[in-house]
Design a protein around this ligand. Sequence first.
Ligand SMILES: NC(=O)c1ccc[n+]([C@@H]2O[C@H](COP(=O)([O-])OP(=O)(O)OC[C@H]3O[C@@H](n4cnc5c(N)ncnc54)[C@H](OP(=O)(O)O)[C@@H]3O)[C@@H](O)[C@H]2O)c1
Length: 258
Amino acid sequence: MIKSLGNCVVTGASSGIGRAIAIEFARYGAARILVHYHRNRSGAEQTANQIQDLGGEAFLVSADIGDPRGRQDLVNKAWTELSSIDAWVNNAGVDVLTGTLAKADFEQKLQRLWEVDVLGTIALSRVVGAQLQKQTSGEHRPSMLFIGWDQAAEGMEGDAGQMFGPIKAAVMAFSQSLAQTLAPQVRVNCVAPGWIQTAWGQQADPRWHRRAQQQSLLQRWGTPQDVAAMAIHMCSPSADFITGQVVNVNGGWNRKPG
Ligand SMILES: NC(=O)c1ccc[n+]([C@@H]2O[C@H](COP(=O)([O-])OP(=O)(O)OC[C@H]3O[C@@H](n4cnc5c(N)ncnc54)[C@H](OP(=O)(O)O)[C@@H]3O)[C@@H](O)[C@H]2O)c1
């Protein structure tokens, strides 16, 4: 049984994995949830509505994590609205596959991923971590969670592998150094999703569907809810002896000959 959570923040909660995590926090009894988004206000409102349907309290904050002022504004609003924070999930990431950047060239995509997913996320979480470390009023030891990628260390062919590999490997490596820095006051972990069927997966052609099934021992795409279930466990007080870990959520990588 997972013990309940208090106040939580989820960045990039207007769609996909972030929305699923924010809703899962509400399902497990989180009192107040900060639903962060960048541009998709209606998506963030849908997330908030689902949280409220589950009896949770949600409030929305928009900020560009690639902009120092946006990051500072997010931190200020988070600690103004929530006197203490039990879980902070760094999920936001630039969509270079289906959004307006889909037609940009490789270097432009890499540049924006670097600004937001790496530099922005690291800068933001250093400030957040220092604040969490100083908290004395929370009910539980607070935790932070990052989102990596299961193939980042091993590598994958093509532009996607060459972009997301170094970007998400940097996030995963940083999370482990932050865990060393913030212990014992704050736990820091990372979830590394595999083939998760979010916006890109829904419109991908059949060969990607076959690949997602074949590369998972459990022979299916993962869902945002699969990632959310692990995220909530890693953030919950039930996982109080777990820090500095990177956990794959990919149905088990299939090494069996095809
Ligand atoms: N889907 C997968 O298979 C998969 C696999 C491994 C890792 N991941 C990682 O999991 C995370 C979520 O992925 P997803 O597929 O759920 O993505 P998604 O649906 O595109 O959601 C991305 C979220 O990040 C926000 N965001 C984008 N740019 C931002 C910026 N400059 N500042 C602040 N927020 C920004 C978006 O906000 P707005 O839409 O409101 O602008 C949105 O809420 C990402 O870090 C991704 O790299 C995904």
